[in-house]
Design a binder for this molecule. Structure first.
Ligand code: NAD
Length: 283
């Protein structure tokens, strides 16, 4: 079988095109707070601003010094919470080593109405209630659902296996797919015989961060594969968690890395910003 390539670029362009008129009408503004100069973060931030530009959305880059104190960073967060012109903002992670352990505290201080990354307890909690309450879901799971919808891949009644259980990807995508009537199994580093579980998947979603974790013998014929992983190969190229060459021969559909989930994450963040503004106006 030769797999259909699930192009995140194509699906993201389609999603952004639907957002463009709303952006024009609502005029939301996204602020990205960056601390230090982590090159991967800098590249993700550039992609976010490029997509803001593509839909005509206002954006601001708050670039703080690598050695900024927690107090100073929190002051910025409070300012952004209070600024009525700011629709939504994100604090780009990972943060430098002295701040990274404080990420939960920082997320806690972000106003849930402006939490367009959807990482805070309020927005995550609402997602647990039902699909109708997924107002600001975390950007990557929101993007995965939009990608599946773009390609008319129904999850209802399917066995979805999610590998990885982070609070930002693995756990929330499992909940969002349960909300859409999938049967979901979540695997993680303590799962025994990972292949025995992944071979049962109609849809396999991997969010681990380990090159070639999933090989062809670990999937069944016709599986749909969504590879969230972002890894650097020895020669500096980007790759996912899935051994693309061999798995794509068995899969019915598969995302490339890069060009799969990445662009959908960005488009979903912009959609969250639009949704946040809609709700702020209603109020
Ligand atoms: P994380 O480090 O928080 O979580 C990794 C998860 O993988 C953990 O739950 C762990 O238990 C599990 N794991 C580790 N080794 C395993 C193994 N051998 N077998 C099974 N499970 C194992 O990571 P994260 O933040 O969820 O990110 C995961 C990957 O997705 C990373 O490569 C990250 O760069 C990428 N990512 C991509 C996007 C995107 O937009 N494309 C967005 C977020 C994250």
């Amino acid at each position: 079988m030769s797999a259909l390539l699930l192009s995140g670029r194509e699906a993201a362009d389609a999603l952004l095109a639907t957002l463009k008129p709303k952006v024009k009408k609502l005029d939301p503004k996204l602020v990205v707070v960056q601390v230090g100069d982590d090159p991967a973060s800098a590249s993700y931030i550039r992609q976010k601003f490029r997509s803001c530009e593509a839909v005509g959305m206002r954006s601001e880059h708050r670039h703080l010094k690598e050695d900024v104190s927690l107090e100073e960073l929190m002051k910025n967060v409070e300012e952004l919470n209070a600024d009525p012109d700011v629709t939504g903002f994100i604090v780009q992670v990972p943060l430098p080593a002295h701040l990274q352990p404080h990420v939960p505290e920082i997320i806690r201080v972000i106003d849930p109405k402006k939490d367009v990354d959807g990482f805070g307890a309020y927005n995550l909690g609402k997602m647990f209630l039902s699909k109708e309450f997924e107002h600001l879901p975390p950007a990557t799971p929101g993007g995965i659902v939009a990608l599946l919808e773009h390609y008319n891949i129904s999850v209802e009644g399917k066995h979805v296996v999610v590998v990885g259980r982070s609070n930002t990807v693995g756990k929330p995508i499992a909940v969002m797919l349960l909300n859409r009537n999938a049967t979901v199994t979540v695997c993680h580093r303590h799962t025994k015989d990972l292949g025995a579980v992944t071979r049962q998947a109609d849809i396999l979603i991997t969010a681990v961060g380990k090159e070639k974790l999933i090989t062809a013998d670990m999937v069944k014929e016709g599986v749909v594969v969504i590879d969230v992983g972002m890894n650097k190969t020895k020669d500096g190229k980007l790759c996912g968690d899935v051994e693309f060459e061999s798995v794509s021969k068995k899969a019915s559909a598969i995302t490339p890395v890069p060009g799969g989930v990445g662009p959908m994450t960005v488009a979903s963040l912009i959609r969250n910003c639009v949704r946040a503004k809609e709700r702020q106006i209603e109020r």
